[in-house]
Structure formats: structure tokens, C-alpha cells
Design a protein around this ligand. Structure first.
Ligand SMILES: [Zn+2]
Ligand SMILES: [Zn+2]
Length: 257
């Protein structure tokens, strides 16, 4: 697969010295997509078609709803248009399920498909599963991971900076290792796997110590002792293990649409 490589944002994120530069970029992209969803692109035909088709997941609805300064009208207009697209599909799915007035066909089909396999779902399932922002975010995150691997492959200064960093979170270590076979080869492939793995293991060891001290600080005997670097250890451990989701925004300055 061909990726659009953009190395400057990866360098910018590396300079943050966070637990994961790819998380910082992903979150910044997510916020940008949300503010764009409610900004000028509300009226763009391409966006409108995709939103009508897929809608948004609960998390991204929440982010739109909580946007500073909000745009309830824009959000409302998108949902009106989405609802108008969705309503006939719901009717169709209900009919495909056997129709409400036709005895047991409906419930039998729904029961059988729901239990057939995880994610197999009923005819209604695809109508409440998509998200325009999640889909775009996945594409952009892969591009960002590809750009990081490209930098590893081509710039000695980046390799040096990466080796001196805290590496990546567990999910982004997994993503880049999964993509590295396609984008790297030979020594660079082996050295990336070695570096990413070692940085992750070193980070987890360090974080375990930081989190242990975080918990010990709740003991009254330690109340007067220094927090050291442990004050935000809980947030950083969660972010390292699951990707950024707690604490201050990792990239504050990227919120403009
Ligand atoms: Zn990450
Ligand atoms: Zn979403």
C-alpha cells in the first residue's frame, strides 16, 4: 500500500518528549477532524454524503457536543440529513427481518443472526456501527505511522532522536511493527523491531516504578515526601498501555480547523 508521507508533524511530535509521539499526532488529528466536522465542511457535498451514510460513533458525538463555542445548529443539520438517509434503511432492515406483523419470522432472524457469530449482527447492526471520524482517523494514523517508519529508514538524526525518546505506546508499537515488514527491509527492519521493542520494555519498567511510588504517596507516612515524576504516573501508564486517553491534551496548539 502506498502512503502519503509527511515527516514534519512526526518531528514536531517527537520534540514533545511524550509517552508516544504517534498518540500526540492521532489526538491532534482527531480534534482537527471534529472541529472540521462542525466547521466549513458541514456543507461540503463529499462530507455530507459520508456523514449521511455512516454518521458518528458515541465518542465523536460527545466531542462535537462538547466543542468550546459549540455548533449545535451545524450538528443538528448534519443529524437531520443523516436521519433522513437512515430512516428508510431502518424500515428496509426491519422488513428484511420479516416485518412486525408477520409472526415469528422477525424475531427468529434477529435471534439467529445475533447469536451466529460475534459481529455477525442483525440487519440493523450495520446501521448503528459506522463513524466518519473513526474511519478518517484510522487512515491518517496509518499515514503517521508510515511517516515515522520512513524517517527511521532515511534519517540518521531521526533514529538518534527516537532511540533517545520514550518510544511509542503499546498499540502504536504494535501498529508500527505490523507495518514495518511492508515499509522496511534488511538491517533497518531488524533494527526498528529491536529499538521499538526495547524502548517499550524500558518504558514499562520505568512506568511501573513511577506508578508504584504514585500509590505509595497515598500512605500518610509518605505524604511529606517528594512526588518525583510520579504525580501523573497513572495517566501516563494508561496512555502507554492503551494509547492516549487521559490527562492534558498532548498537543495543545493544533486545535484550529
Ligand atoms: Zn500511541
Ligand atoms: Zn468515531
Amino acid at each position: 500500500m502506498k502512503y502519503h508521507i509527511d515527516t514534519i508533524p512526526v518531528w514536531d511530535a517527537m520534540h514533545l518528549d511524550s509517552e508516544c509521539p504517534l498518540c500526540a499526532l492521532r489526538r491532534s488529528t482527531e480534534r482537527l477532524l471534529i472541529s472540521r466536522s462542525l466547521g466549513a465542511s458541514v456543507m461540503s457535498p463529499d462530507t455530507r454524503i459520508r456523514v449521511n451514510d455512516l454518521g458518528f460513533c458515541p465518542q465523536h458525538h460527545q466531542m462535537m457536543h462538547l466543542q468550546p463555542g459549540g455548533n449545535r445548529l451545524g450538528h443538528g443539520l448534519m443529524m437531520l440529513s443523516h436521519l433522513q438517509t437512515l430512516r428508510p434503511r431502518v424500515s428496509q432492515a426491519l422488513k428484511a427481518g420479516g416485518g412486525q406483523g408477520q409472526g415469528g419470522g422477525f424475531s427468529r432472524l434477529f435471534r439467529r443472526q445475533a447469536s451466529a457469530s460475534v459481529g455477525g449482527g442483525s440487519p440493523l447492526q450495520p446501521l448503528c456501527a459506522g463513524c466518519t471520524v473513526c474511519e478518517e482517523l484510522e487512515t491518517q494514523s496509518k499515514r503517521q505511522a508510515a511517516s515515522l517508519l520512513h524517517l527511521w529508514n532515511t534519517e540518521a538524526a531521526f533514529r538518534e532522536a527516537f532511540l533517545a525518546s520514550k518510544g511509542l505506546c503499546l498499540p502504536h508499537t504494535e501498529l508500527t511493527l505490523a507495518m514495518s515488514g511492508e515499509l522496511l527491509s534488511g538491517e533497518r527492519l531488524a533494527s526498528y523491531a529491536q529499538a521499538a521493542g526495547q524502548l517499550l520494555e524500558d518504558s514499562l519498567t520505568r512506568l511501573e516504578e513511577e506508578l508504584a511510588w504514585f500509590t505509595q504517596k497515598f500512605d500518610y507516612r509518605n505524604a511529606q515526601k517528594d512526588w518525583g515524576t510520579s504525580r501523573d504516573a497513572l495517566e501516563r501508564v494508561v496512555n502507554k498501555l492503551r494509547g492516549w486517553c487521559l490527562g492534558p491534551e498532548p498537543m495543545q496548539d493544533e486545535q484550529k480547523a
